[in-house]
Design a protein around this ligand. Structure first.
Ligand code: SF4
Length: 359
């Protein structure tokens, strides 16, 4: 088997998910973030190799968008100043390199952009359409890409960057200089996991292809949110009364909730597809059905007119209009400015948050 960072990461997160996808080759539903990411990468590649911006976006959507994507959003991400600033270098390079001296385990990857300067220094960029930023050292992706580049360029230091395209120029870059030690760390991580998988696959073959989950155990966690096999996976779940006595129990139940929610949303998608063809699905005195919800798009001028008319009728429109935090942020209104007009009201909801979000 040929390994890649994403394959290894999937195994590290959940061996069962790896088994479903790469050993049993079960198909997966496209997800919105994945489709958007692929579309943006293709559009950038086309743009950087000479296609006009608008055409690059349209062509990428045609080629990659298995789900509807917002063209304006793709365009906004592709015309990021970091992308527009690229001149020269190698674009979207595929590589294949052995991870071990014997050349048994192969690693492949796609490097979005890199360049070796006349001084010998090497720069590497990976474009990200994620909403949340993270540092290159939070995983081994850029460490592995840097290790490959060090092998082919002879450079012992690689300047690598993640560029988060949703953020303004000054805020979009997460850079890290990989030294030989760090690159070797990434290579060892990949080799250890790939070797473990090879051993398990050999054992699985000896068992005739079937196993009870001891080789590739289901490991619920945050990653269940994007798993296409949650519906199948929960067949092995034994739902017991929830009793939480300590932190370990609490973490186990939390991971299980994510897996069950993911399975439920997958089941809902199947129900939706069935209802589309056959109509509402009755459940006792209720039913699952498509319920219309109507919203209005009113341009700013007309909205102003409407508000004036309501005001003339004696209504206080401001009692009904709400400024959302997201819209205030878009308008650049700061908390300090808001303090001059009102008091903050904090409510708490119980939900899954990223570690950084919770701070
Ligand atoms: S639902 Fe979660 S535990 Fe099950 S296979 Fe997918 S990622 Fe693994």
């Amino acid at each position: 088997m040929i390994y890649s960072y994403s394959r290894l990461k999937r195994y590290a997160d959940c061996p069962a998910s790896f088994q479903y996808k790469y050993l049993y080759e079960m198909s997966e539903l496209p997800t919105e973030p994945l489709v958007l990411g692929k579309t943006v990468h293709t559009a950038i590649q086309l743009y950087l190799t000479g296609t006009k911006l608008q055409k690059a976006v349209d062509q990428a959507i045609l080629q990659e968008a298995e789900l509807p994507v917002d063209r304006d959003e793709v365009l906004r991400l592709v015309e990021h100043p970091m992308v527009r600033g690229i001149q020269g270098g190698q674009i979207e390079q595929r590589f294949l390199i052995p991870l071990d001296p014997e050349g048994v385990i192969q690693l492949q990857g796609y490097i979005d952009w890199y360049e070796q300067l006349p001084s010998g220094a090497v720069k590497l960029i990976d474009w990200k359409s994620n909403r949340q930023k993270y540092a290159p050292t939070e995983n081994h992706q850029l460490g592995l890409y840097s290790w490959y580049l060090s092998q082919v360029t002879g450079s012992t230091e690689i300047d690598a960057e993640l560029v988060f395209l949703r953020y303004p120029y000054a805020d979009s870059r997460q850079a890290y200089t990989y030294t030989s030690v760090k690159m070797e760390e990434a290579r060892r991580w990949a080799l250890a996991l790939a070797t473990e998988i090879e051993d398990k696959v050999a054992e699985l073959n000896l068992l005739g292809g079937g196993e009870d989950g001891h080789l590739f155990p289901a490991t619920p966690g945050k990653h269940c949110q994007t798993c296409s096999h949650a519906g199948l996976c929960i067949k092995s779940v034994q739902i017991k009364p929830v009793k939480i006595d300590d932190e370990v129990d609490a973490q186990r139940v939390a991971a299980e909730v994510i897996r069950l929610e993911s399975a439920a949303s997958e089941m809902k998608e199947h129900l939706k597809a069935w209802a589309k063809e056959h109509g509402a699905i009755a459940v006792g005195d209720s039913s699952f059905d498509f319920v219309p919800s109507v919203s209005w798009n009113i341009d700013a001028e007309k909205l102003y007119e409407l508000c004036s008319e309501l005001h003339d009728r004696g209504l206080d429109v401001f009692q009904y209009l709400t400024l959302t935090a997201a819209n205030l942020k878009k308008m650049g209104v700061t908390d300090a400015q808001l303090q001059l007009y009102g008091k903050p009201k904090t409510t708490k909801t119980f939900r899954l948050v990223k570690a950084k979000e919770a701070c």
